[in-house]
Design a protein around this ligand. Structure first.
Ligand SMILES: NC(=O)c1ccc[n+]([C@@H]2O[C@H](COP(=O)([O-])OP(=O)(O)OC[C@H]3O[C@@H](n4cnc5c(N)ncnc54)[C@H](OP(=O)(O)O)[C@@H]3O)[C@@H](O)[C@H]2O)c1
Length: 298
């Protein structure tokens, strides 16, 4: 991105918004425009001005055009029924403003690639808005009205491991499985399910890095086809007498994959790596992709 100072509007500066606001306002490459419904917000970050709005399109366009805001970040946390109208208004204001052509809506959840509708509130709010964003992008070739957007999802906020009051984050007792105030851990599922968390300051640093990227890469969603186990088993049965058929080969590979049998036992692999292969650095997928890109062949 050019060295020109970026003017970043942040809608709804509460728990997460304060980390983003603090990170950006401390960096001379950014000016921060805080959008709020409140008459008086106790924020004292430098390079930051506070603008009262009811989040309607005319009000937002007025602020964007007056300040020259180039990017809008939403950290709004509103009741479910308000999410779509509010975000549609934010999007329209960007589209119809003169300068604000980048948009990060309020996602800040987890693995939306595999679980686009979880938590369920996200299925009711973020998922339909993602469709609107995609449609807007598709329409842009006709309308010429372009908006660049990206979605940021980082897992739980890590501050839930702290007692309330030690971070900008508000706690919702019972939502996160660890309650440090009661020194209690609620086991959900087996307790072994993967969890992810990122601290607000790192999310904010990540947002800043993204703002410095010239062009956000277009989303290239994988086409996902779900083949239930029952169908795999039916193919294994149907083609069992055709050992050389591609259908049986595929069904057997599917069974191999879903059973977890492709993965060598981690502890054993690490032990053997230390014992026999410690002088080797095995390639990661990322190493291999980089090599393919730079050298053309792996
Ligand atoms: N992954 C996680 O673990 C996790 C945890 C918490 C939150 N989140 C997500 O992160 C985002 C930000 O959450 P947060 O906790 O930082 O938010 P928050 O502090 O609860 O609220 C942010 C702002 O939203 C605005 N707001 C609230 N209700 C509204 C309404 N009805 N209409 C319009 N504006 C309203 C308020 O701004 P003004 O009053 O200044 O206008 C408020 O300061 C949300 O998308 C939330 O779902 C994720």
């Amino acid at each position: 991105m050019s060295q020109k100072r970026q003017i970043i509007a942040i809608a709804g500066v509460g728990g997460l918004g304060q980390y983003i606001c603090q990170e950006l306002s401390a960096d001379g490459r950014f000016t921060v425009i805080v959008l709020t419904r409140q008459g008086n917000l106790p924020l004292t970050f430098r390079n930051t001005t506070i603008h009262k709005t009811d989040y309607t399109e005319p009000s937002l366009i007025g602020i964007f055009n007056a300040t020259g805001a180039t990017t809008l970040i939403s950290t709004l946390n509103c009741p479910n029924d308000d999410y779509l109208p509010l975000h549609t208004s934010l999007l329209s204001a960007c589209l119809n403003s003169i300068t604000c052509k980048r948009f990060i809506p309020s996602e800040w959840g987890g693995n939306i690639d595999d679980f686009p509708n979880l938590p369920r509130a996200y299925g009711r709010t973020r998922a339909p808005f993602r469709d609107i964003l995609q449609q807007t992008k598709a329409d842009a070739s006709d309308t010429g009205n372009k908006i660049e957007y990206t979605l940021i999802n980082h897992g739980w906020c890590m501050e839930y491991f702290l007692p309330e009051g030690k971070s900008y984050r508000k706690h919702c007792p019972g939502e996160f499985p660890v309650d440090v105030n009661k020194w209690e851990y609620v086991v959900r599922g087996t307790g072994e399910e993967k969890q992810a968390w990122t601290c607000g300051r790192d999310v904010a640093r990540g947002v800043k890095e993204l703002l410095l990227v010239d062009e956000w890469p277009p989303a290239r969603p994988l086409t996902r086809v779900h083949r239930p186990l029952a169908e795999i088993n039916a193919s294994l049965q149907k083609y069992k007498d055709q050992p050389n058929s591609i259908e049986l080969a595929i069904a057997e590979a599917e069974e191999w994959g879903v059973s977890g049998a492709t993965a060598c036992p981690k502890e054993k692999a690490l032990r053997q790596q230390a014992c026999y292969f410690s002088r080797l650095k095995f390639m990661t997928i990322e190493d291999m992709l980089n090599k393919a890109e730079t050298e053309g062949f792996v």
